[in-house]
Design a protein around this ligand. Structure first.
Ligand SMILES: C[S@@+](CC[C@H](N)C(=O)[O-])C[C@H]1O[C@@H](n2cnc3c(N)ncnc32)[C@H](O)[C@@H]1O
Length: 497
């Protein structure tokens, strides 16, 4: 049988550049910082990334790869181990690489993320007043079982067997993660069933040369009812998909909806959009959505919709948004990049009206339905933020709204920060999963005279170096008469289904 196609270029076969030192060489080093991904790094002529290392801990490490621009090593031992070091509780910690801070206890992880946030802001030249950056808000469910979504990639093992799991750390193969600690116990079971049944039904990993079928399998569990929504992302259609879905729904009672998304495009994006910008999905079995509940508001989440990874933390954010936005009844709220409308609806309840903008039409449909069911006065527009913003500025002229933005990792697209300022908001709340993009965008606001009053980080993704960060920006000026005028002239519109 010919070898299965790999998903990318082959792995480097050896360390170029230093032939006198093999890749298994042992070195003693003391890392001095964290990388954005959560590896310890030794800076020098060229950086050495130390998996499982800790800055400040003098350690013996094994060199694994030496490239032109950086080297990679694995921590072996330390004569005086760092007091916050622990044995990672996962046997795939090394292979998977999805939890780079799992070798630290809670306090150690917290310190690492705080240091990273500080370094990121510094690197971006963001200067903040003392006390603006608050302590990290902890994950209520701790560091295990908090993830309500699992994205299983299809690929090949090092030996050429089909595999479903996580991209392997440092290679292009895929590693099964049957006992993954960070997803819910039900998602662990569903993930295993999805993978075994894919093998049973000969649904092989898709490759860009048109062979195979499966690209991703995504399962999201409702934090309210425990129901699971599954989306199979396939590179092409196959009769085996229907049989796989039938078998899966029979094998796990929690699975209440199974969908297919066809993504024939190149690249690593999970979802492709059609000519109209839609994330198209086909219902294979069961229901279209699962319920979620955010700060007392009932929502629906469908296949292809974004919803926060850690719903318990999302609840804390929703609580804080209401408090930090200082929303008075009558002040309009605009929620840009609103997804299925959770934060929009929470804020609309407080303010009496809110408007959400989101490019994913399916998510907007769900948001409108939730508004109607919950009797919350909110409107939703399916559009790109940059396109919708000018009309919003006209509509809200003289109203001084509160604006919430929660863009994807890349941050605000070109022109969006200016479009937001043209809405003449009294306050902007900026929620981000990428502190670097956040800092860049905050600097732009500061340059226009805006003041950053709060930076509140949340431990949305325990065991990783990532943080969800909420920033509050105050407008340079707000005349009292303007405030009064905006409250006297509420422009409420009826919610349209
Ligand atoms: C990080 S998610 C936030 C969703 C929502 N705030 C929540 O917490 O559930 C970003 C959202 O922005 C949407 N999006 C991405 N680019 C967009 C754009 N240019 N215009 C409008 N929405 C966009 C995505 O579809 C996604 O739903």
């Amino acid at each position: 049988m010919p070898a299965p196609p790999r998903r990318g270029p082959p792995r480097p076969s050896g360390p170029p550049g230093r032939p006198q030192q093999g890749p298994r060489e042992l070195l003693t080093v003391t890392p001095d910082a964290w990388t954005q991904r959560g590896e310890a790094v030794v800076h020098g002529d060229k950086p050495l990334l130390v998996w499982a290392g800790i800055p400040g801990e003098k350690s013996l490490v094994r060199l694994q790869h030496e490239g032109m621009n950086q080297g990679r090593a694995r921590w072996v031992e330390a004569r005086s181990p760092h007091p916050l070091r622990v044995q990672p509780p996962c046997d795939r910690y090394d292979l998977c690489g999805g939890c780079p801070l799992m070798h630290l206890n809670g306090e150690g992880q917290d310190r690492a993320r705080r240091a990273l946030l500080r370094d990121t802001f510094k690197a971006q030249g963001l200067v903040l007043d003392d006390g603006v950056v608050e302590p990290i808000v902890a994950s209520p469910l701790g560091a295990a079982g908090f993830r309500h979504v699992v994205k299983v990639i299809a690929g090949w093992s090092d030996h050429g067997h089909p595999r479903f799991g996580a991209p392997s750390r440092g290679t292009r193969s895929v590693v099964p993660i049957p006992d993954c600690h960070v997803i819910t116990p039900v998602l662990r079971e569903v993930m295993k069933k999805m993978a075994f049944l894919a093998i049973d039904h000969d649904l092989r990993p898709w490759s860009e040369d048109g062979q195979g079928v499966v690209r991703w399998m995504i399962a999201r569990q409702s934090s309210v009812t425990g129901e699971v929504l599954v989306t199979l992302v396939a590179g092409r259609s196959s009769p085996g998909i229907g049989r796989w879905a039938e078998a899966l729904s029979g094998e796990h009672a929690a699975v209440t909806g199974i969908h297919l998304h066809l993504n024939e495009g190149p690249g690593n994006s999970i979802f492709g959009r059609d000519g109209q910008g839609l994330v198209g999905t086909t219902n294979l079995l069961g229901g279209w959505t699962i319920p979620e509940r955010l700060h007392g508001v009932n929502l629906r989440v469908g296949p292809g919709d974004f919803y926060q990874t850690n719903p318990a933390v999302a609840n804390l954010i929703a609580r804080d948004l209401v408090q930090l936005a200082q929303i008075k009844p009558g002040v309009p709220v605009v929620d840009l990049y609103c997804g299925v409308g959770g934060f929009t609806l929470v804020m609309a309840k407080q303010a009496g009206w809110a408007l959400g903008v989101e490019s994913n039409e399916g998510a907007v449909r769900r948001a409108k339905e939730s508004a109607q069911v919950e009797h919350i006065p909110a409107e939703f527009i399916a559009a790109e933020v940059a396109e919708a913003a000018p009309a919003l500025a006209q509509r809200l002229a003289g109203r001084r709204p509160v604006v919430l933005v929660n863009p994807a990792r890349r941050g605000l697209e070109e022109g969006v920060a200016e479009a937001i300022r043209n809405l003449r908001p009294r306050r902007v709340l900026y929620l981000s999963c990428n502190p670097s993009a956040l800092a860049r965008d905050l600097r732009g606001f500061q340059a226009e005279g805006w003041r950053v009053t709060h930076i509140r980080p949340y431990d949305m993704f325990p065991n990783t170096a990532h943080l969800e960060v909420l920033a509050v920006l105050e407008a340079p000026e707000l005349a009292e008469d303007e405030d009064e005028a905006s409250l006297r002239a509420p422009q409420r519109r009826r919610v349209r289904a």
